[in-house]
Design a protein around this ligand. Structure first.
Ligand code: AMP
Length: 590
């Protein structure tokens, strides 16, 4: 506690964190708390979840509140309902001995009238997701004109999720003299731009390197044929009986399929993806947090803002498209100084992608051999033996002891053990008795391609994705939701699987498994977005695909156009007022 005192924390807030068992500040807390208490600087902090960043901004902001004043003084924006609720829970804990502090959480997917009522009953600290807050501001249900401090938590995720316009709108509603504290796990250009626009001479704080994960995470990979990815996953899970993990897939179909298969194979698991209702999502998360589920299979989008402690592993069933997503995925383990493992299961042609990730995160992936049957059985048996050794003898067993001893009297100790293990592990031993070696021979590890079809660009083992680029981007107010809506409304064919969507300032890249659908682009001949022609172009060559990532694909066509730039500035709000862009939440095509 002394260290927290030295940083400037006092009284009832200190007492609150004492109850939480915090003894020493984490590195990010040591750096951030004095800056926020000093109130001199804005702040850009490069920090992953799990570093203790919530307390880093929460504790000093709560301590500085003037609760005699009724207005909202602190605003914390976060990308998802889950993260918002988690911050709310953390703040309630920090302020356990300060009942005068009123904290309200507002987020989408919940009854807005209830939230309005809560705000009316008093709110010093407003924790919000951007979309819902914009809604409340437009309804004049909340005023943020007296806010003294704004926290942008997981700023990179908020921008990834298409909240740029919402953030601009919200920040413009707050007073100029407010302090702004931006937290982000990665620092892409868009985040730097937000920092430049809205922060004044910010102090930069980092507990890691840009786009680099925590030091407590080790990175491992298995390289197998695409068709063997599932079996590899299964063995990796079986080989780690204490595993508590999130498995990331690129598509919701994969998430669902893998969860189903694992469940069938006897592993406690479920899937988290965009098709679940909020109630289903809450149910899955409750079972995962309480460890009734050992593994959660999730898409990147569905897992955003998830805050689960003590994960032993993160498994990349498919490598993500970009390094930032990898940093986010792997950052879900190795939190609060604990060790974690980030596993990548790659197919024979993904080595290059892995190397690119290594270069940016500045960590090497350790090659691991896919465990054979013997290794899996040994791991399970030893784990079982450890559990038996650790078990406390129960007194209530005493009364059955004699009868049981009599039953086993004819067996030696070895025979008894044999029988117990055969009973417990019969199925497993049988399953793994003669399994195939899934490791690729060394000469196949360097990038030999499998089953590449003409015109197809990516395969995750189950989908052949074709990548398209589009001359509309976030500067035009374009969001993933807009993309899905346009595709849903214009392509008559059901069953298209949409893979990664990446929206850059001037362009968008997205993947579609077209199956045998011909001339995808022709469905959009007369379609436009905000007056811009919607014109997807298939990326035919790999060089162009990799090189063009964050640049406009056709720079000569994107000369500055004042009318368009003004429209971009007005963005989604302007369109919504006109009734455009108000279409119901889009869904991937089935
Ligand atoms: P966060 O990065 O805010 O998501 O925090 C990650 C986890 O670390 C949470 O479970 C916190 O309760 C915990 N934590 C934060 N600060 C400390 C601290 N100083 N000592 C011990 N645990 C902490």
């Amino acid at each position: 506690m002394e260290k927290f005192k030295e940083l400037g924390l006092q009284g009832k807030i200190l007492k609150g964190i004492e109850d939480l068992g915090f003894e020493q500040p984490t590195p990010i807390q040591e750096k951030v708390i004095p800056v926020i208490l000093g109130e001199e600087n804005d702040l850009v902090a490069l920090a992953q979840t799990g570093t203790g960043k919530t307390a880093a901004f929460g504790l000093p902001l709560l301590q500085k509140l003037e609760t005699a004043l009724p207005e909202v003084q602190v605003l914390v924006l976060s990308p998802t309902r889950e993260l918002c609720m988690q911050i709310g829970k953390d703040f309630q804990n920090y302020a356990k001995y300060r009942p005068d502090i009123k904290v309200v959480c507002v987020y989408g997917g919940a009854d807005i009238r209830k939230q309005i009522k809560e705000i009316k009953q008093g709110c010093h600290v407003l924790l919000a997701t951007p979309g819902r807050l914009c809604d409340l501001i437009r309804r004049e249900a909340v005023s943020i004109e007296y806010v003294r401090a704004v926290v942008l938590d997981e700023a990179d995720e908020m921008l990834n999720m298409g909240f740029k316009e919402d953030l601009n709108f919200i920040l413009d509603e707050t007073p100029e003299e407010r302090k702004t504290y931006l937290f982000s796990a990665t620092m892409p250009r868009e985040v730097e731009r937000i920092a430049k626009t809205y922060l004044r001479a910010p102090q930069e704080i980092s507990t890691g390197k840009k786009n680099q994960g925590a030091d407590t995470v080790s990175h491992e990979y298995y390289q197998v044929r695409a068709k063997d990815c599932y079996e590899t996953l299964r063995r990796v899970i079986d080989c780690a009986p204490d595993m508590y993990a999130i498995i990331f897939t690129r598509t919701k179909i994969d998430a669902r399929d893998i969860a189903r298969k694992l469940h069938k194979d006897g592993i406690d698991c479920d899937a988290l993806h965009g098709d679940l209702s909020q109630a289903q999502r809450d149910d899955v998360m409750e079972r995962f947090r309480s460890k009734r589920l050992k593994v959660l299979v999730a898409t990147d989008v569905a897992a955003r803002g998830l805050d689960v402690d003590n994960l032993t592993h993160v498994i990349n069933y498919n490598l993500p498209e970009d390094v930032e997503s990898y940093t986010h995925r792997s950052g879900r383990t190795g939190r609060a100084g604990k060790e974690g493992i980030s596993v990548a299961i790659i197919n024979s042609k993904e080595r290059g992608k892995l190397r690119r990730i290594e270069k940016i995160i500045k960590k090497e992936f350790q090659y691991r051999e896919v465990p054979g049957g013997e290794a899996v059985c040994r791991a399970q048996l030893l784990w079982y033996a450890d559990k038996i050794l650790a078990a406390e003898p129960k007194e209530t067993l005493e009364k059955y002891k004699d009868e049981l001893y009599a039953k086993f009297a004819s067996l030696t100790k070895e025979e008894l053990l044999q029988k117990i293990l055969s009973y417990e592990f019969g199925k497993l031993l049988k399953k793994y008795a003669n399994v195939e070696d899934l490791n690729l021979p060394e000469n196949e590890c360097g990038g030999k391609r499998e089953g590449k079809k003409e015109g197809k660009k990516e395969t995750d083992g189950q989908h052949d994705f074709t990548t398209f680029t589009l001359n509309i981007g976030s500067d035009d107010g374009f969001t993933p939701r807009d993309l899905m809506t346009i595709i849903n409304e214009n392509v008559p064919r059901r069953g298209l699987e949409i893979g990664a969507i990446r929206i850059f300032e001037g362009n968008t890249k997205f993947e579609i498994d077209l199956g045998d659908l011909r001339r995808f682009a022709s469905f959009f001949r007369n379609v436009s977005f905000n007056g811009l022609p919607f014109h997807p172009v298939e990326i035919k060559d790999r060089y162009a695909r990799d090189k063009g990532r964050s640049r406009a694909p056709f720079p000569e066509k994107r000369r500055f156009d004042k009318k368009r730039a003004d429209k971009g500035k007005r963005g989604r709000f302007a369109e919504k007022k006109k009734g455009i862009g108000n279409s119901p939440r889009p869904r991937k095509k089935r």
